[in-house]
Ligand binder design. Sequence first.
Ligand SMILES: [Fe+2]
Ligand SMILES: [Fe+2]
Length: 453
Amino acid sequence: MSDIEIEKIDSILKALNSAIKGKKLYPVGHPAIAAPMTKAYQALSELFKTHAKIFVGIVKDVLVFEETPLMEAEKNLGELIYQIKQKEIEGIIFEKGLIQKEFLSFMDILSGEEIVKGVELQNMLASKNILHISIKSLSKRSILEVYNDAVNVVKETMSQIRMGKAPQSGEIIRVVDELTELVLADRNAMIGLTMIKNYDNYLFNHSVNVSILSVALAQSMNHDKASYRIVGIGGLLHDVGKTGVAEDIIRKPAGLSAHEWETVKQHPVLGSKIVERMEGMAELVGRIIYEHHIRYDHTGYPRTEMPLHPLSMIITVADAYDALTTLRVYQRSYHPVEAIKIMNSLSGRHFDPNTLKAFIAMIGFYPVGTVVRLSTNAIGVVTKVNPAKSTTPFVKIIFGEGGQQLDKPYEIDLSAEGGRASTIVASLDPLTKGLDIGQFFEKEAKDLVPLSA
Ligand SMILES: [Fe+2]
Ligand SMILES: [Fe+2]
């Protein structure tokens, strides 16, 4: 970084600092605020001539530009540093294309008294149409960390129950709220994570996956916000009653005897009883756990004539999809595309047609995480669904046209060029290409953290 650049960034930061200070003393539109803002914006525009992105961060009280600490600059930047810390900002990324209006709205938020942090702050930027500024937040954990945290909470809860202890609700509610926040912020990345299939820990991962898929579905079916938490907890604990079934029966590779099957069929009832004993759990959580295997046509278990709650039907769909796409001791895993076909053939029988329809619309014909071969022979992973055109999603190319694995996978939008781009010819089993989809999304997840706005 050249001295001239440091000087420029220095003047930007000073101008920002004066503007924040000015806002406390003068009315909006006063030259004491407007002049430094214009100056800062002009200096940023200058830097965009040589930089596509400008990162200003804070590391242990010192401001950094790209990777250089601005030891000198920091002296007169009290107001700016205070605001950055209050809002738990780790870095601000300005992108080329930034217009003055976006910059001014951003400064309004940054200098505002209201303390907004993390995803809320990101959402605020998006809602004000600030597209060329993003925030890296201190308070935000990576989506993989939250996912693994949730797996551990399920594991811990189930082991407490097995030991006869009353499980704690607090941790479960915390982790479901965090998962929900991430589903709302980036649904595609979260659905991608559910494709991590950890075969040793089937029950724990399955529980987290069902929770994520259920919250995502409740959201896309426009249920109210209060139901996200209920369906999220319901998903996380739907199979908690399996703690009352002997482990060798749960893990048995071959067919179960009639008696063993009767034991397994107890798990929804046992689960709802466990949850009803937990403090602070909404009654509805117990009900949807009780109902998750009854099925739309009431041919499942437990046998009952009572009408199903809409949230139970959501859990049933999410549960079936995750179970079908996971390899288990007694079942091969189906590709997402096959799983959807199977589920569609059971629409109106196992599944409520409307809930299933909404699920398929949400995850698309080729769901996020599906490995596909294109007409060009290239192979990639679906990373985003085009809601209007479910057969032409975004695909990250991993193997080139000649079959070679790429050092730098790149993303293409199959709906571009009016569909004249390459098309999907088949979906593949990730294992045949030696691909660990989980690992791929782990990388994806890391990429997504600072960039999701
Ligand atoms: Fe179940
Ligand atoms: Fe299940």
